[in-house]
Design a protein around this ligand. Structure first.
Ligand SMILES: Cc1ncc(COP(=O)(O)O)c(C=O)c1O
Length: 411
C-alpha cells in the first residue's frame, strides 16, 4: 500500500514518527497491536460520536449479518434510514444512500450540473469534499497536510470548471458571480468548515450564498458529511435556518460503517435515474450492515439531552486546554462548535484557510507527539477537527486537560 496506508493522513506524514497499528477500540479508547491504550479524539475522523463498539450498534450489525451481507435489492431498513434522515433534515425531501462522503458529493455535483444545465462549481479554499476530480482543487486538510493544493491526474479542463473563493469572503463570491453568473451550477460549502481545522461561517456568509444562488439559479450544496448529526440531531442548516438545495451526508449516518447520502427537493432529486437523466448507482449502496449500524446510531442520538451533554463536556475540555496554553505562554486559538474543535497554535483568529495556514505546524507536531506518548490520540494533522464522543467520561476530560498542560509546558 502506498506509504503503508489506505488513506494518506494515516501515514503521520505531517507529524513524523511511525503510525500506530490499531487492534481494537471500545468506548473512548483505541488499543494498538502492542497493547498500548489511547484516549481517542480522532473518532475515525467523525463517525464515532457514540464512541467505539457501542452496544446498540454492535447488536444491530450482529443481527443484520446473520441475515446476509448484501442483496443488491431494496430493504425495509434502507427505507427506514432514508425516512429517519428526511424527518431530521426537512430540506432532504428525497434522498439517495451511497457508500461514502466522496460518492455523495460527486453525485450531488453531477445532479446540480444535470439539473441546471451549467458546468461551473464554486468551492472554498480549504474545504474538503472528498476526492472526486473536480473537488481536488484547494482541498484542505489531507492535501494541505502534504503541502499540495490539488492532485496530479486531474485534467486541467476539469480543474478549470472549479472556481475558488476564500471561506467567509462574501465579496469574492459576489465578484465571481458577477463574472460567471449564468454558468455556475452550484456553490458547495461546508457550513461549518472542518477540513482546515474547525472554522465557523461568518455572520451572514451562508445567508449571502443562499441569496446569490437564488438570484442566479445556481444550487446551494451544504456538505454536511462532518456536521450532519454532529452538532444537533439533523443538519447544521436547521441551526442557522438556511435551506440548501442539496445536502450531502456521510460519517455519523453510517455508525462507523460505509454510508453516505445526498438529497434535496423532490423536484431536483427526481432528475436522478431511473426517474430522470442523471445517472448514479452503486452495488453496495444501502448495504444492510451499514444501514443497520446507521439506524442504531441515529436512534441513540435521537435521545433527549445527547447534544447538550456533548457540548458541555467539550466546553470543559476547551476551557482546560485554553488555561494550559496561557500557563505555558503558547499562543493558541481554539475554534469549537458542539463536540468538534481545533487547537491552532496561532496568535490571530482563524477564519479561513490562509489564517489556518499561519498556525505553527512544528508546535502542532510536538504537541501531537507529546500527547500520543502519553496515551492521547489526536488527529495527526493541525488542519483537522478533534471530536469528542458520548463515551468520553468526565475523568477522561480531566486526564486530557492534565496531559495537555504537561505537554504544552514541555514545548
Ligand atoms: C466535509 C467532507 N465532505 C466529504 C468528505 C469525504 O467523505 P469520505 O471520506 O467518506 O469519502 C469528507 C471526509 O472527510 C468531509 O470531511
Amino acid at each position: 500500500m502506498p506509504a503503508g496506508v489506505n488513506s494518506p493522513v494515516r501515514a503521520f506524514g505531517a507529524v513524523g514518527g511511525e503510525p500506530v497499528l490499531i487492534a481494537r477500540a471500545k468506548g473512548a479508547h483505541l488499543w494498538d497491536v502492542d497493547g498500548n491504550r489511547y484516549l481517542d479524539y480522532m473518532g475515525s475522523w467523525g463517525p464515532m460520536i457514540l464512541g467505539h463498539a457501542h452496544p446498540a450498534v454492535v447488536k444491530a450489525v450482529k443481527t443484520a449479518v446473520e441475515r446476509g451481507t448484501s442483496y443488491g435489492a431494496s430493504t425495509e431498513a434502507e427505507i427506514e434510514l432514508a425516512g429517519t434522515i428526511r424527518k431530521a433534515i426537512p430540506s432532504m425531501e428525497m434522498l439517495r444512500l451511497v457508500s461514502s462522503g466522496t460518492e455523495a458529493v460527486m453525485s450531488a455535483l453531477r445532479l446540480a450540473r444535470g439539473y441546471t444545465g451549467r458546468d461551473l462549481i464554486l468551492k472554498f479554499n480549504g474545504c474538503y469534499h472528498g476526492h472526486a476530480d473536480s473537488m481536488l482543487v484547494k482541498a484542505g486538510s489531507g492535501a494541505a497536510t502534504f503541502g499540495i493544493s490539488g492532485s496530479a491526474g486531474v485534467p486541467a479542463d476539469v480543474a478549470g470548471k472549479t472556481l475558488i473563493a476564500e471561506y467567509n469572503d462574501f465579496d469574492a463570491v459576489r465578484t465571481i458571480f458577477a463574472r460567471h453568473d449564468d454558468k455556475i451550477a452550484a456553490v458547495i460549502v461546508e457550513p461549518v468548515a472542518g477540513n482546515m481545522g474547525v472554522v465557523f461561517p461568518a455572520s451572514g456568509f451562508l445567508e449571502g450564498l443562499r441569496k446569490l444562488c437564488d438570484s442566479s439559479g445556481a444550487l446551494l450544496i451544504f456538505d454536511e458529511v462532518i456536521t450532519g448529526f454532529r452538532l444537533r440531531y439533523g443538519g447544521y442548516q436547521d441551526i442557522i435556518s438556511v435551506r440548501p438545495d442539496l445536502t450531502t451526508l456521510g460519517k455519523i449516518i453510517g455508525g462507523g460503517l460505509p454510508v453516505g447520502a445526498y438529497g434535496g427537493s423532490k423536484e431536483i432529486m427526481q432528475q436522478v435515474a431511473p426517474l430522470g437523466p442523471v445517472y448514479q448507482a452503486g452495488t453496495l449502496s444501502g448495504n444492510p450492515l451499514a444501514v443497520a449500524a446507521g439506524l442504531a446510531a441515529l436512534r441513540q442520538l435521537a435521545k433527549k439531552g445527547v447534544y447538550e451533554k456533548l457540548e458541555k463536556k467539550t466546553r470543559r475540555l476547551i476551557s482546560g486546554i485554553r488555561g494550559a496554553g496561557l500557563k505555558a505562554e503558547l499562543p493558541l486559538r481554539i475554534n469549537q462548535v458542539g463536540s468538534m474543535f481545533t487547537v491552532f497554535f496561532a496568535d490571530s483568529e482563524v477564519m479561513d484557510f490562509p489564517s489556518a495556514a499561519r498556525a505553527d505546524m512544528d508546535v502542532f507536531s510536538a504537541y501531537f507527539q507529546g500527547m500520543l506518548a502519553k496515551g492521547i490520540y489526536l488527529p495527526p494533522s493541525g488542519y483537522e477537527a478533534n471530536f469528542v464522543s458520548l463515551a468520553h467520561s468526565e475523568a477522561d476530560i480531566d486526564k486530557t486537560v492534565g496531559t495537555v498542560a504537561k505537554v504544552l509546558d514541555s514545548i
